[in-house]
Design a protein around this ligand. Structure first.
Ligand code: TXA
Ligand code: MG
Length: 328
């Protein structure tokens, strides 16, 4: 990667502009988190709800100290275990800073990314970078520049092309509440990963359930329809692979045009139907890597329904689709 581009992008950030940049999870649209006017531009570019706070991306612990206070021992342990990486932790915010980024709340989501371009950009800018995933709200997050170029090219001041992102899934968002780690948004780091370093890890009830319009939630982002193609989608899951295939086929028959997001091993069973390969069912890392990009492709097929083969629920697919669980 051309270091000059990063320096150029850092200048744009310092001058109050917004920059599209890669992280190890997905691309982000970043601005100086401490500049409220600059952060406002992100909300406008994304069409993002005003009550959905942004993650602040930092390059080192000194930056952390600028924005948070009263960090507990448990919170430090989590940061030590998962930073730099796809892990966001909600902490107590220092008063009076990053007001727009945090939607005037008293907490702030913080993440130290591992992607070298992201790290260097933050270090060079010298300020925490507030950045949501790069997409228009409601659409799947961008894992390569070509996926998001058209929808964002006129909305940002600078773009850094860092190739395809390593992970392809967003960061896991957690908050420590009393002595428990609560997963507010599932992501790359799983409950099992966190359980290796902490005793009590729970998935917040809003992650899988429906959220009533006025219900107060810990992670506002979970209220909104996200990663959703325009096409109607059904997620099918059974631990028995043959049952899952049979169910997909029986639903597919009822529709004129369908596309199936299929495990590679099952594509042969869906002969005659359009399929998008989401990777091997024996390699869930590969599946998480492909999923956003596969979700983006669905609308290109112009079909009545997309059927998605599911994975075991504990992996928590990052979506709110109609789910059909075949009895085991
Ligand atoms: O991997 C990622 O996390 C990517 C890259 C760019 O870092 N970013 C990302 O940002 O996915 P975004 O804005 O799409 O999602 C941030 C999530 C939302 O669900 C939001 O509600 C939650 O984090 N969040 C941020 N600050 C919060 C806070 N103070 N309290 C509760 N939830 C917060
Ligand atoms: Mg997002």
């Amino acid at each position: 990667m051309d270091g000059e581009k990063i320096i150029e992008a850092a200048k744009v950030i310092k001058n109050g502009g917004i920059v599209l940049f890669p992280t190890e999870t997905v691309y982000g649209i970043g601005a100086n988190a401490l500049n409220d006017e600059a952060v406002e531009k992100i909300f406008i570019a994304k069409g993002r709800a005003q009550d959905n706070p942004l993650i602040l991306h930092i390059s080192d612990r000194e930056m952390l100290a600028q924005i948070v206070e009263d960090v507990s021992e448990m919170e430090y342990r989590l940061m030590n275990a998962f930073w730099p990486g796809p892990f966001t932790i909600i902490l107590n915010k220092k008063e009076g800073i990053a007001n727009v980024a945090t939607c005037h709340g008293n907490t702030v989501g913080v993440r130290m990314p591992s992607n070298p371009i992201a790290q260097e950009l933050i270090r060079e800018a010298g300020v925490p970078i507030a950045a949501p995933s790069a997409n228009i709200s409601g659409k799947p997050s961008g894992t390569k520049l070509s996926d998001i170029f058209e929808e964002l090219k006129d909305k940002v001041d600078y773009m850094i092309d860092g190739g395809e992102t390593d992970i392809g899934l967003e960061s896991t968002v957690v908050r420590v509440i009393e002595d428990e780690v609560r997963i507010l948004r599932p992501g790359k780091i799983t409950q099992e990963d966190i359980e290796k370093v902490m005793n009590h890890v729970e998935i917040d009830k809003n992650v899988m359930g429906e959220i009533a319009p006025n219900e107060k939630v810990l992670s506002p982002g979970m209220k909104y329809r996200h990663y959703a193609p325009k096409t109607h989608c059904k997620l099918i899951y059974s631990s028995d692979s043959n049952k899952m295939i049979a169910k997909v086929l029986s639903i597919a028959k009822e529709y004129q045009n369908v596309v199936i997001l299929s495990f590679r091993e099952d594509i042969a069973s869906f002969k005659g139907y359009e399929c998008i390969d989401i990777g091997s069912k024996n390699d869930l890392e590969e599946v998480s890597h492909h999923i956003f990009s596969a979700l983006r492709k669905i609308d290109e097929y112009d079909v009545d329904l997309a059927l998605i083969e599911g994975v075991e629920a504990k992996r928590h697919w990052p979506c709110h689709y109609e789910q059909i669980n075949e009895s085991m």
